[in-house]
Design a binder for this molecule. Sequence first.
Ligand SMILES: [Zn+2]
Length: 330
Amino acid sequence: MHRRTFLQAGLAPAFSPSGDRILTVRGAIRPDELGVCLPHEHLFSNFGLEPADPPVYDAPRLLREVLRYVNSVKYLGVGAIVDCTTQYFGRAPELLRRISEGTGVHVLTNTGYYGAASGRYVPGHVHEESAGRIAARWVQEFHGGVGATGIRPGFIKLGVDAGLLKDVDEKLIRAAAIAHRQTGLVIAVHTGDNAEAARRQMAILREEGVAGEAWIWVHANNCGDGGALREAARAGAWLSFDGIAPETLERHLALVQMMKSERRLGQVLLSHDGNSFRANGTRPLKPYTALFTHFLPLLEKSGFTRREVQRLTVENPARAFTVRARVTGI
Ligand SMILES: [Zn+2]
């Protein structure tokens, strides 16, 4: 069956409350409007370059190249892309909106600060301000949009380095918990193979009365500790297996199979961490198509049903990114 037909022939997704919304750069949509979603990509970024906000891009070239690329991904069946480029390394909501308008693909942008990369993309005020004050900045973007664009973020994006969480990271995680309670935006944290940081983050969320369902373990595919992944899943976390590429298929298949045997397929997110315009076009594009060209055929061959593929590619991202406060009631 043609890939697109396979995806679209899935059962009607089971979505709940009718008031639920997902915030895209073109405004709020219903979760069942999202379609097949790539929950961790970069349409463009200046990662590796000097921190800057607003970023400096060759906008005509960026638009030309990214529009062409996103259209080609759309042809494979994509309905939505979650853009994980944060403020200070290239977030540009108006460019995202132009790409979304030009392609019809839904795009989500984010609020939050990226604490990995030794904190080079964390602004100075973080060191002076309380978690509550930092959270207020993000909540302000949630209500009023980014700058004067009127474009609202659809999730909170953070990042932590290897090793124990630094004080500044703990503060940013706490700020995200506070902001989550006030906005219902899901918190996606670049955590990778740092299982200890994952545990600590979830503990901070619990202290702040935020449930595991509000937290995405980004780059969980890099974690070799299956026990830690299962533990996080049992605590409600989303596991983002977002390194899909032709050379990592078996690794990702094993992870998805592990989650299936744990009956936790409903908490898995699949993506590439691709990038269609890197470092202002000076580095080669990192594709985000292998899910369609390689991985879904492999899932099918490995006995995954159409219903399960529908959950992984459509329903899970829709639930993860639905604006909804997930609190523990304490
Ligand atoms: Zn990324």
